[in-house]
Write a protein that binds this ligand. Structure first.
Ligand SMILES: C[S@@+](CC[C@H](N)C(=O)[O-])C[C@H]1O[C@@H](n2cnc3c(N)ncnc32)[C@H](O)[C@@H]1O
Length: 237
């Protein structure tokens, strides 16, 4: 069974990365970055491996709580979370899928000066509708009652999220505002031994500042560990 579980998870990962037919997925180069043309996630192999390690460790160590990603785009990382739970026949945890499903908010420069000049909200590539994300879950036969969609701006949805505890928080909202709002609403619910994954730490200055401000304000001393050139994570003590 262990071999089958590993094979399923690996196959799911390759499919989500669009690396199943060609190890180099089909990315499109725009003036400022690469966008996957077809892949259901923007994550690379290293960040998918890290997500798998965090979820599997939480399961093996019986860390209580649900899984969430804030900022899901086409849904790939959350589809992966649901698939890993399925592989281990875990019926007790939910996967929370939080997004506006219409892209990023314009920067609120008064409340969050670090976001001044941020132009992510202009990128139509970042707006993926709720129906499209649900359809992507369905393609993998992973759309079920364990998947809960939180549609709206994080500032409105995350403080009201009905989950009591989390084992894994995956933050991928690109901006200072999106990162700090997720940390403030969700970190108090993270179980000891749970994981916080920050996708944009190296890529977006605002995200990095939000993480530093939050860790300083809450005297968090667990080390920030590198995933790749941008991703970092830490494990709550
Ligand atoms: C980089 S993409 C996420 C990539 C995704 N994790 C993946 O697996 O490919 C960023 C997403 O965050 C969402 N987002 C960013 N800030 C948000 C906010 N404040 N409220 C709601 N959604 C937000 C955007 O709509 C977008 O889908």
């Amino acid at each position: 069974l262990i071999d089958l579980q590993n094979r399923y998870i690996e196959l799911l990962k390759l499919s989500l990365l669009d690396a199943i037919y060609d190890p180099n997925r089909d990315d499109r180069l725009t003036p400022d970055r690469l966008w996957p043309r077809r892949a259901h996630t923007m994550l690379n192999r290293e960040r998918m491996d890290n997500l798998q390690m965090c979820v599997e460790t939480a399961l093996m160590d019986n860390i209580p709580g649900d899984l969430i990603e804030t900022g899901v785009w086409r849904g790939g990382a959350t589809i992966f979370m649901r698939g890993i739970l399925k592989a281990y026949a875990d019926d007790s945890r939910r996967v929370w899928v939080a997004d506006s499903f219409c892209g990023l908010p314009p920067p609120d420069e008064n409340a969050f000066p670090a976001d001044k000049g941020d132009r992510h909200y202009e990128r139509s590539e970042l707006a993926v509708t709720l129906d499209e994300v649900k359809a992507n879950f369905a393609k993998y036969n992973l759309l079920d009652e364990a998947v809960v969609f939180l549609e709206g701006w994080f500032r409105d949805t995350l403080p009201k999220c009905a989950a009591e505890r989390f084992a894994v928080l995956r933050l991928d909202g690109d901006m200072y505002e999106s990162t700090i709002e997720a940390l403030e609403s969700l970190y108090p619910k993270l179980s000891p031994g749970g994981f916080v994954i920050i996708d944009d730490y190296g890529a977006v200055e605002g995200c990095r500042r939000a993480v530093c401000d939050f860790r300083l304000a809450h005297a968090i001393e667990q080390p920030l560990i590198d995933i790749d050139w941008t991703g970092k994570y830490w494990r709550r003590g």
